[in-house]
Design a protein around this ligand. Structure first.
Ligand code: ADP
Ligand code: MN
Ligand code: MN
Ligand code: MN
Length: 329
C-alpha cells in the first residue's frame, strides 16, 4: 500500500515537472484577432514561461507564449522580444522590479462594481485599505485571485483596497529581468479569469471615472545590485538623473497609446505628477519618482517610478528603464 502510494506520488511529481522546452511551437488564427488577413492568417505561438494552472490544477499548466508573424518577426503586440534582449544585456546588474498593479472592478453594465445604480458613492477618504461592506466592493474576487496566483507560482506579495471604491491593487515582485513582465501578464490573465467566475469585469483603464476619483497606475519599483548595497543611494540618484533627461521617452512607453491614456490620469492631482514635468522626491507621492522614506534612511534600496499607467505593457516599461539607466551611458 505504502509502495503504491509512493509510486503514485512519483508519477504525479514527474508529470508536474514539464519544462517549457517540452512545449512545442503552436499557431492560431490571426485573422480572428485583427492581427492578420484571412488568406495568410497563421500566427506562431512560442512558449516562453510555464506556470501551474490554478483553475484545472493537477498536472495542468498555463503556458505564456510570444507571438510571431508569418515572416517570423514579432507581432506588433509582442513587446517581450526586445525587452528580453535588453534584459540579457543588463544581466550583470541584476535588475529587480516590483509592480503595483491597480485596477477597477466593473459590473455587467460596465459601471464600477458596488456603486449605487445611477449615482455615486460618498467622496473618497474612507475606502483606501478599507474594511466592511460599505467601504470595499469585491474582496472575494481579490482573495480568490491572490490564492490562484500563489498556486500558479506568481511572486504576488500583497494587495490592498484603493482610494476609489471598487478599485484594488496587487503587487508582484521583486522579479529579476524579463520575469517581471512574464509574471505580471500571467497575474492579469488569472485576474480576468477569476473575475469571470464572479460575473464582474476588470478594467485596466488608467482613469475609469472622470471627476474627483483617483486613477489607476502601475507604479514600478526598481533596483540594481549596486542600489541594494550599502551606499546604493548614490546609484539611485544617478539613475534618477538619467530618468529625468528621458521623461518624454518614458511617457511614450508607459501606456499603449504613447501617453494619450496616461494624460487623463497624470494631472498633478489625485496623488500624481503632471505628465508634462519630471520630478523626484523622498516620500513624495506627487512626484514622478519617489524614493521611499526607508530607502533614504538606509542609504540603499530602490526607487519607485509612479508614472506607468495601469494598462501599460510591463515589458515596455521595464525595457525603457533598463535602456535609460543601464544600457545608455
Ligand atoms: P507603496 O508604498 O508605493 O504602495 P507597495 O508596498 O504597494 O508600495 O509596493 C512595493 C513594491 O516594491 C513591491 O512590488 C515590491 O516587490 C517592490 N520592491 C521591494 N523592494 C524592492 C527592490 N529592492 N527592488 C525592486 N522592487 C522592490
Ligand atoms: Mn502600493
Ligand atoms: Mn496604489
Ligand atoms: Mn506605490
Amino acid at each position: 500500500m505504502a509502495r503504491l502510494r509512493t509510486i503514485n506520488f512519483l508519477q504525479k511529481l514527474i508529470l508536474s515537472l514539464i519544462l517549457i522546452s517540452d512545449c512545442p511551437v503552436w499557431n492560431y488564427d490571426g485573422s480572428s484577432t485583427y492581427q492578420a488577413e484571412g488568406s495568410n492568417s497563421d500566427m506562431y505561438l512560442h512558449p516562453v514561461a510555464i506556470y501551474r494552472d490554478p483553475f484545472r490544477r493537477g498536472k495542468n499548466k498555463l503556458v505564456l507564449c510570444e507571438v510571431y508573424k508569418y515572416n517570423k518577426t514579432p507581432a506588433e503586440t509582442n513587446k517581450r522580444q526586445s525587452c528580453k534582449k535588453a534584459m540579457d544585456k543588463a544581466r550583470d546588474v541584476h535588475p529587480w522590479f516590483g509592480i503595483e498593479q491597480e485596477y477597477t472592478l466593473l459590473d455587467s453594465t460596465k459601471y464600477p462594481f458596488g456603486w449605487p445604480k445611477n449615482g455615486f458613492p460618498g467622496p473618497q477618504g474612507p475606502y483606501y485599505c478599507g474594511v466592511g461592506a460599505t467601504k470595499v466592493f469585491g474582496r472575494d474576487v481579490v482573495e480568490a485571485h491572490y490564492r490562484a496566483c500563489l498556486y500558479a507560482g506568481i511572486k504576488i506579495a500583497g494587495c490592498n483596497a484603493e482610494v476609489m471604491p471598487a478599485q484594488w491593487e496587487f503587487q508582484v515582485g521583486p522579479c529579476e529581468g524579463i520575469d517581471m513582465g512574464d509574471q505580471l501578464w500571467i497575474a492579469r490573465y488569472i485576474l480576468d479569469r477569476v473575475a469571470e467566475d464572479f460575473g464582474v469585469v476588470v478594467t485596466y483603464d488608467p482613469k475609469p471615472m472622470t471627476g474627483d476619483w483617483n486613477g489607476a497606475g502601475a507604479h514600478t519599483n526598481y533596483s540594481t545590485k549596486e542600489m541594494r548595497e550599502p551606499g546604493g543611494i548614490k546609484a539611485i540618484e544617478e539613475a534618477i538623473k538619467k530618468l529625468g533627461k528621458q521623461h518624454a521617452r518614458h511617457i511614450k512607453a508607459y501606456d499603449p497609446k504613447g501617453g494619450e491614456d496616461n494624460k487623463r490620469r497624470l494631472t498633478g492631482h489625485h496623488e500624481t505628477s503632471s505628465i508634462e514635468d519630471f520630478s523626484a522626491g523622498v516620500a513624495n507621492r506627487g512626484a514622478s519618482i519617489r524614493i521611499p522614506r526607508q530607502v533614504a534612511e538606509d542609504g540603499m534600496g530602490y526607487l519607485e517610478d509612479r508614472r506607468p499607467a495601469s494598462n501599460c505593457d510591463p515589458y515596455s516599461v521595464t525595457e525603457v528603464i533598463i535602456v535609460t539607466t543601464v544600457l545608455e551611458e
